[in-house]
Design a binder for this molecule. Structure first.
Ligand SMILES: CC(C)(COP(=O)(O)OP(=O)(O)OC[C@H]1O[C@@H](n2cnc3c(N)ncnc32)[C@H](O)[C@@H]1OP(=O)(O)O)[C@@H](O)C(=O)NCCC(=O)NCCS
Length: 212
């Protein structure tokens, strides 16, 4: 595999993705959503935007090297349109709801054996880019107070703690932190995003050489 190749594709979620997704969901969350919740999000919720990341099979990879820091979502969507195979393993997924220029991340998860190789960031960047396309100016989410891994991921993309919801999670009555990043359309945030994209592309390419 060439160093310039990107080993994942991110596509809009389809109903057919859900059985594979719920296996990851069960491993990722103490209080997993059932398949029917995802079916509602994909088929009925007009405010919802969900994506799945899949491992790109070597024969599908583009020969053309990607531009440095290229707009990830555009490139990835182009790949999705040319892709015909269904046997690429799912490595993660994310989703958000949009209302009144606020995009609220509802879920993000990476298959355990594919973690710590940039896929969480790839999904988050995809969500931010899609939210920007939809004219969002603010991103928000809730995260468990003890989920330091996810909090680190969000901080990396400029999210800050702005509040707390006491006993938000029903399984253990744990509090949620509310995190937001505002002015995502500002020049200063665009510069941060561009820097992160470049770092992320390099990281994804590095892991492509190692493989799962
Ligand atoms: C949170 C999650 C999506 C991150 O996915 P991932 O693919 O492992 O993340 P990445 O490899 O893109 O890492 C991005 C950043 O997350 C943070 N992070 C990831 N793994 C970490 C770890 N083990 N310890 C501390 N921080 C970590 C770091 O800030 C990292 O950036 P860095 O590598 O430059 O330091 C993944 O751990 C997961 O699915 N967790 C279970 C589900 C969950 O908690 N979802 C969030 C709900 S709010």
């Amino acid at each position: 595999m060439d160093r310039d190749e990107l080993p994942y594709v991110v596509e809009p979620m389809k109903l057919e993705d859900i059985p594979e997704l719920v296996e990851i969901e069960r491993q990722a969350f103490p209080n997993p959503w059932p398949a029917r919740a995802y079916r509602y999000e994909v088929a009925q919720n007009r405010l919802a935007h969900y994506f799945v990341a899949r491992r790109q099979l070597p024969e599908e990879l583009e020969e053309e090297p990607p531009e440095e820091g290229a707009h990830l979502l555009k490139r990835i969507q182009r790949w999705a349109q040319t892709s015909t195979q269904d046997n690429r393993p799912m490595v993660g997924y994310c989703g958000f709801w949009i209302a009144a220029q606020e995009a609220h991340i509802s879920t993000i998860a990476v298959e355990p054996k594919y973690r710590e190789r940039g896929i969480g960031q790839l999904l988050l960047v995809t969500a931010i880019e899609k939210a920007l396309e939809l004219d969002a100016t603010l991103m928000s989410l809730e995260v468990r107070v003890t989920n330091f891994v996810a909090q680190n991921l969000y901080r990396k993309y400029g999210f800050k703690v702005v509040g707390r919801r006491p006993r938000y999670y029903s399984d253990n009555r744990e509090d949620a932190l509310i995190m937001t990043v505002d002015r995502i359309t500002s020049e200063s945030y665009q510069r941060i995003l561009q820097r992160r994209r470049k770092q992320l592309l390099r990281r994804l390419q590095r892991h492509a050489l190692v493989g799962p």
